[in-house]
Design a binder for this molecule. Structure first.
Ligand SMILES: C[S@@+](CC[C@H](N)C(=O)[O-])C[C@H]1O[C@@H](n2cnc3c(N)ncnc32)[C@H](O)[C@@H]1O
Length: 216
């Protein structure tokens, strides 16, 4: 069977190490983001920081969790249930290490975002950071994230309609099997709307940033 983009990530491509190292260091990530993608990643760090306002006892789903950069947003006093989900066992090890360093209790799920082992509306907040462009079927991922989320969704991704300036880097990512078909901002807001969410999004450089709340 042909390999898809998720298979590349599951096998822990060397880029996964480099990416995890860079994104955990905000000033390094911002500099790389501006040079490579025309974005400071402010929207991504805002999504992480917004996790501090999760109500006490609420459930957060982080998919894909990667090396656990979103854990930095958790306020340990709030006692949230944190579900870290990724298709890559190596990434889940990195997330467990990050959680231990930060003293945040987590549960890990090795699963495909397109088939989450979670009940309908069982999660309060889902963050999916730099994820959609790494999935073979972004629409299936959005449907599944929406199914399990009761209140709020935060998404950031490398958009399918990024300008010509970014084509070489996207072509290199596709050649390496790290970037899939992705989606435009309009496609994602339409998919969220069809799934019962009101979505607000912006683009900055090659990236899109969306916040969505359940409205039905
Ligand atoms: C660019 S990283 C982003 C990770 C993290 N959210 C961050 O911002 O650092 C993409 C992640 O997607 C994961 N991934 C790829 N396909 C997946 C799938 N079908 N289901 C769940 N995770 C997947 C990879 O293993 C990788 O950890």
């Amino acid at each position: 069977m042909a390999r898809n983009v998720s298979d590349t990530w599951r096998l822990d491509h060397p880029w996964a190490h480099l990416y995890s190292f860079g994104m955990a260091r905000r000033s390094l990530a911002r500099a790389a983001g501006v040079i490579g993608f025309g974005t400071t990643f402010q929207g991504l760090y805002d999504a992480i920081d917004s996790l501090a306002y999760t109500p006490r006892g609420g459930t957060v789903l982080d998919v894909p969790c990667g090396a656990g950069i979103a854990l930095a947003g958790i306020n340990r006093q709030t006692r949230v249930r944190y579900l870290a989900c990724d298709i890559s066992p190596a990434m889940l090890v990195r997330t467990r290490e990050a959680a231990a360093r930060l003293g945040v209790p987590i549960e890990t799920l090795e699963a495909d975002v397109a088939s989450l082992p979670l009940a309908d509306r069982s999660v309060d907040v889902t963050v999916s950071l730099t994820g959609l462009h790494c999935f073979p079927d972004p629409h299936a991922a959005i449907r599944e994230i929406a199914r399990v989320t009761d209140d709020r969704i935060e998404l950031t991704w490398l958009r399918a309609d990024a300008g010509t300036r970014y084509r070489p880097v996207i072509a290199a990512g596709r050649a390496a099997g790290l970037i899939g078909p992705s989606a435009t901002l309009l496609e994602v807001t339409d998919w969220l709307s069809a799934a019962g969410f009101l979505a607000y999004g912006v683009t900055e450089g090659a990236f899109a940033y969306v916040s969505a709340r359940r409205c039905s």
